[in-house]
Design a protein around this ligand. Structure first.
Ligand code: ADP
Length: 376
């Protein structure tokens, strides 16, 4: 059998340029092709260290060579992992026992980010997952109110000889909030380093135990706390909440751009549109799009981000937030179903993300110029 190296090269170049595989490679991924009798040895450079990625690529190359050249050829592929972004990253230090860390963010305040954090968390807990919530919203920590643990003070507990902060638990969710360390009527101006220190304590000096999900309620916008979180935690993904108005969508766009920034690179699992429409009780079939229709859906298409669904504007959502009894606790109401649907969509996107991408690494921001998009 005579194997022509150029034929193999041509096939590989086409395959690796395919839309489905492109994301696994950077420039010049084919390092070497060697032919030894009826064996071809290919050395490839990929930017994804997972076994799944290797298997997928290996399988496709084998199939293609066997189909297009000769089914008798023995194909051996050696993978070398190399990412151009390596110099900006340090190794992630996942928190032992925590499987996924998801940040809930919004461009603007008041769009329902905390409401979604509380309800997604309760929905996940109702589905049987172990859930923790970290309220990092230094400007208005509302998780204690929404999950009915206002005024709580976390106690310390001993873990392997070390004193750790014990999260407060309610509705099956473990909770720590920056609000536990301030008085409700006290206007606290957290300075950057102070807030970062408090957050780091709540993340690393807390006895979270085993969690399937740690949900982080970020402050609105894009600022120091966001940087500090991506520098301390390997986030699995982020979820962006927006209302349908242009002002909120413009801000959400900046938020997405921040997570996508080269030196941050946190996968955006999707956008949730909150306060999408209003349905009066006496006209249950009518939907009034008070703030505009499908704004977040259009944004998700424009920015190629999954759309995780719509939550209507409902008096009961506001009331249940104020009374500390999240609407998703209700049994099969239209509102709890809406939260459940959004939660399931988020889970689907998380599964896809874990299949296709390597774990997120903690970011080391090397120069402030790298942060310009964040501060804009
Ligand atoms: P953020 O965290 O973005 O600042 P919140 O979650 O605190 O926003 O929500 C702001 C206010 O809007 C709260 O009073 C909350 O109860 C209310 N709210 C949020 N989402 C809805 C909704 N879908 N329907 C009615 N009220 C809502």
């Amino acid at each position: 059998m005579k194997i022509n190296k150029k034929d193999i090269l041509r096939l590989l170049e086409n395959l690796l340029n395919d839309d489905k595989l492109k994301s696994f490679f950077e420039a010049d991924p084919i390092k070497n092709i060697n032919v030894f009798g009826d064996e071809v040895v290919i050395d490839l450079i990929i930017n994804n260290p997972t076994l799944q990625a290797r298997k997928k690529i290996d399988q496709q190359i084998q199939q293609l060579i066997h189909k297009q050249i000769n089914s008798e050829i023995k194909v051996k592929i050696n993978f070398e992992y190399k990412s151009l972004k390596k110099e900006n990253l340090i190794k992630g230090n996942p928190i032992e026992g925590i499987k996924s860390i998801i940040a809930i963010s919004s461009g603007k305040g008041g769009v329902g980010k905390s409401t979604l954090t509380a309800n997604l968390s309760v929905s996940l807990s109702k589905m049987g997952f172990k859930v923790g919530v970290l309220d990092a919203d230094i400007y208005g920590p509302s998780i204690p109110t929404m999950l009915d643990v206002e005024g709580s003070r976390p106690l310390s507990t001993n873990v392997d000889g070390k004193s750790k902060m014990k999260p407060i638990e309610n509705y099956g969710v473990k909770i720590l909030s920056i609000g536990f360390f301030t008085k409700p009527d006290q206007a606290v101006i957290w300075r950057g380093p102070m807030a970062t220190k408090a957050l780091n304590q709540m993340i690393f000096d807390a006895a979270w135990g085993d969690l399937d999900f740690l949900m982080i309620d970020l402050p609105p916008g894009t600022g120091d706390i966001h940087l500090s979180i991506v520098q301390s935690l390997p986030l699995t993904g982020s979820v962006v909440v927006s209302t349908p108005q242009n002002v909120a969508l413009d801000a959400a766009k900046k938020g997405i751009a921040m997570f996508r920034q080269e030196n941050i690179k946190v996968p955006v699992l999707g956008i949730i549109e909150n306060m999408s429409y209003f349905t009066p009780n006496e006209l249950p079939k009518n939907k009034y799009y008070i703030f505009g229709k499908s704004g977040a859906k259009n944004l998700s298409e424009d920015m190629n981000v999954p759309f995780l669904g719509e939550i209507p504007i409902e008096q009961s959502i506001r009331e249940s937030g104020d009374f500390g009894s999240p609407a998703s606790l209700q049994d099969k109401t239209s509102v709890s179903s809406a939260f459940e649907l959004v939660t399931k969509k988020m889970l689907n996107e998380l599964i896809k993300r874990n299949k296709n991408l390597p774990p997120t690494e903690v970011v080391r921001i090397t120069s402030m110029s790298g942060c310009s998009a964040i501060n804009n």
